[in-house]
Ligand binder design. Structure first.
Ligand code: PEP
Ligand code: MN
Length: 348
């Protein structure tokens, strides 16, 4: 259930509803939109539902809406205009600009991450991606550089006016990551790691939540709900391909998930055409399709020397291919009312 407050509702009237919700045994989540405040009611230990319903005629209340689906805080009705997530340094996700994150699958060396950071930044990327803690399918594969990798990411990002997005695999890593990271990525393999999701609900950092390989969209939104229920509303969803009966590509990128999420939820959604296809030559067409379908951002693997990459070289773009793709989506975005940051040309 949610309370739509009138645009002229006073703080006292809003507060009264919050107090009454709590007295009835539920949690109240306040979302302040541009025009009005919405108060979400969540929890399953509450009583006195009829008392809550009686509040529909309290001063300041426009109406109450019963939400029939199991996700509440992430539901579109909580914020019909859509969420804007401010990542800092002027980068806002969910607005007109389609925000692009790019970089290698894993941080491998100072030289590698600096090289790729400079090149993706010049092409218009706003975030630098790169795993320092890597969830590899095999325990014998490269597992990432750990904290040293985080330091290199931060250094390369700062030098090139980028923000950092990198994966957190376990709650015990959060503290060490906080000083280096702008966006905490939850990987597909951890989408239903509820312990991790709850821990991220208590952190003041945006979270990029990737869809599990065989997760439904409802399950994806319920995972977002775990983070939001802790008070962290800065959740960005990410479609990264799912397992289907087709085995030609690594995964099947579910492009339709983008408009479906847009209708179900106010949260922004990215697409990851790299893991979504697993093949370098399929990344650009799927990136173009995702922008056309309304994605709020893309996360793309780029490596200066993909043949020698320690992970996911097969799906990593060469930096020049990435710059070319950015030019292509710069042409597509305006057709759907969006824009992409301009490239930065060297001045010296
Ligand atoms: C990644 O982004 O490097 C990654 C491991 O992605 P996913 O969790 O989607 O497999
Ligand atoms: Mn990867």
């Amino acid at each position: 259930m949610l309370f739509n407050m009138r645009s002229e509702a006073t703080e006292e009237q809003i507060n009264h509803i919050v107090v009454r919700i709590k007295e009835c045994g539920y949690e109240a989540h306040l979302i302040r939109g541009q025009e009005r405040t919405v108060i979400g009611v969540v929890g399953n230990s509450g009583r006195h539902r009829s008392e809550l319903e009686a509040l529909s005629s309290a001063p300041g209340v426009e109406d109450i809406v019963k939400i029939s689906h199991p996700f509440k805080l992430s539901a579109r009705s909580m914020r019909p205009e859509g969420s804007l997530i401010d990542l800092g340094r002027g980068v806002i996700v969910g607005g007109k600009e389609v925000v692009v994150a790019a970089g290698p699958c894993a941080v491998e060396s100072r030289e590698q991450i600096h090289d790729v950071a400079a090149r993706v930044s010049r092409a218009g990327a706003k975030l630098l991606r790169g795993g320092a803690f890597k969830p590899r399918s095999s325990p014998y594969s490269f597992q990432g550089m750990g904290e040293e990798g985080l330091k290199l990411l931060r250094e390369a990002a700062d030098k090139n006016d980028l923000l950092v997005v990198t994966e957190v695999m376990d709650p015990s890593q959060i503290e060490v990551m906080l000083p280096y990271v702008d966006v905490m990525q939850v990987g597909a393999r951890n989408m239903q790691n509820y312990h991790l999701l709850r821990a991220l609900g208590e952190v003041d950092k945006a979270v990029l939540l990737k869809r599990g390989m065989s997760a439904t969209l409802e399950e994806l939104l319920l995972s977002a709900e775990y983070i939001m229920a802790g008070g962290n509303y800065k959740v960005i969803l990410c479609e990264r391909g799912i397992r289907t009966f087709d085995t030609y590509l690594r995964n099947t990128l579910d492009i339709a998930a983008i408009p479906v999420i847009k209708s179900l939820s106010h949260l922004p959604i990215f697409a990851d055409p790299s893991h979504g296809t697993g093949r370098r030559d399929k990344v650009a067409p799927m990136a173009r399709a995702a922008v056309a379908a309304g994605a709020d951002g893309l996360i793309i693997e780029v490596h200066p020397d993909p043949e020698r990459a320690l992970s996911d070289g097969v799906q990593s773009l060469y930096p020049d291919q990435f710059a070319h793709l950015m030019d292509e989506i710069r042409a597509i975005a305006p057709a759907v009312g969006r824009s992409i940051a301009q490239p930065v040309y060297a001045t010296s």
